[in-house]
Design a binder for this molecule. Structure first.
Ligand code: PLP
Length: 345
């Protein structure tokens, strides 16, 4: 199977398995796992922040970050296509009593600064919740995997700070953003007070995300991590793979981006597929069946599976394909042929 449903299907590399087997461990709830501590320091350094915290998943990283920034009843501004808003089971509200205030995501994954200002609440008016946090997402999953340029990150970040809001980045794929933009990851997140990134996606580690921020922020986040049941004991077994991910798997993301572009360009040749390959610059592409294709979405997916290729349909009429470690250029060529054939009459 050529599995393009997600970059989460990646398997740990042999170097990761070796590092996991040999990891020196301790009790991380006591702060005594040297391998976890090393990963957290490395992550903080790569993102230009003071401290880091290993968490179970991206969802937990975002939740713990939002819980740390916001009090009960505070309001958080975020894009209407944000992963936090659409795909995290409403955790900020269900568990955090945080009030979401959405503004429309622009096609490039960013937010219109005027919309953000328009969403701010007058703190003197007791009818309103307090505006506390702005959350951004980079790369933006639902917005074609777009990498938000540094200028937009800086502008939205300083705007939020001018109005007394903190800034959190859902950076599940922030290393993809940095590689696509050709700038250091720390530069991308300079205006962010906290960042969550996933080790378990394109970086190919089996489990885990890291939150980074100031020392004071991470100290408080550590308490919330415990609250939501995310305090792990000999977690160095996970962190060991994360260290390999950060040291060995970041630069190669460029291959995934080139493969995604190859897939998009290849699919554009099929009259049965609708896609604008110019839109895609990272590991994610979206495509639709053209009007000429006689197949329903379900029939198309079944026909594609028979040809040995999997893609996802994450909501709406579009299909998503994500490239990752283990998918080669020739897999891409096979996938182009299979998708075109499955879409054709
Ligand atoms: C995958 C993802 C998450 C959540 O990560 P999990 O580890 O699956 O919980 C958060 N934000 C974005 C943009 C993602 O793509």
């Amino acid at each position: 199977m050529i599995d393009l449903r997600s970059d989460t299907v990646t398997q740990p590399t042999p170097a990761m398995r070796k590092a996991m087997a040999e990891a020196v461990l301790g009790d991380d709830v006591f702060g005594e796992d040297p391998t976890v501590n090393r990963l957290q320091e490395l992550a903080a350094e790569r993102l230009g922040k003071e401290a880091g915290l290993l968490v179970v998943s991206g969802t937990m990283g975002n939740l713990v970050s939002c819980l740390t920034h916001c009090q009960r009843g505070d309001e958080m501004i975020l894009g209407d296509q944000a992963h936090i808003h659409l795909f995290e089971a409403g955790g900020i509200s269900a568990l955090g009593s945080i009030h979401p205030r959405t503004v429309p995501n622009l096609p490039d994954g960013s937010l219109n600064p005027d919309d953000v200002v328009g969403a701010l609440r007058d703190p003197a008016n007791l009818h309103y919740p307090k505006s506390r946090l702005l959350a951004l997402e980079n790369t933006h999953n639902r917005c074609d995997g777009a990498a938000l340029p540094v200028e937009k990150m800086d502008a939205l970040g300083s705007l939020a700070h001018e109005h007394g809001l903190a800034v959190h980045l859902d950076g599940a794929r922030v290393f993809n953003a940095a590689v696509a933009l050709g700038v250091p990851t720390a530069r991308v997140v300079r205006e962010c007070d906290s960042v969550q990134f996933c080790l378990s996606k394109g970086l190919s580690a089996p489990v885990g995300s890291v939150i980074v921020g100031s020392k004071a922020f991470i100290q408080e986040a550590r308490r919330w991590r415990k609250t939501v049941g995310g305090g792990m004991r000999q977690a160095g077994i996970i962190a060991a793979a994360g260290i390999v991910a950060l040291n060995e798997m970041v630069d190669r993301l460029a291959e995934d981006h080139a493969n995604a572009k190859r897939l998009a360009v290849g699919l554009a040749d099929s009259p049965y597929v609708d896609i604008d390959p110019g839109r895609y610059h990272t590991d994610i592409i979206y495509f639709a069946l053209s009007e000429r294709s006689p197949h329903s979405a379900g029939a198309f997916l079944a026909r594609l599976k028979e040809r040995g290729v999997l893609v996802s349909q994450p909501g709406g009429t579009k299909f998503r394909a994500v490239t990752h470690h283990g998918i080669s250029e020739s897999d891409i060529d096979t996938a182009v042929t299979a998708i075109a054939a499955a879409a054709a009459s």
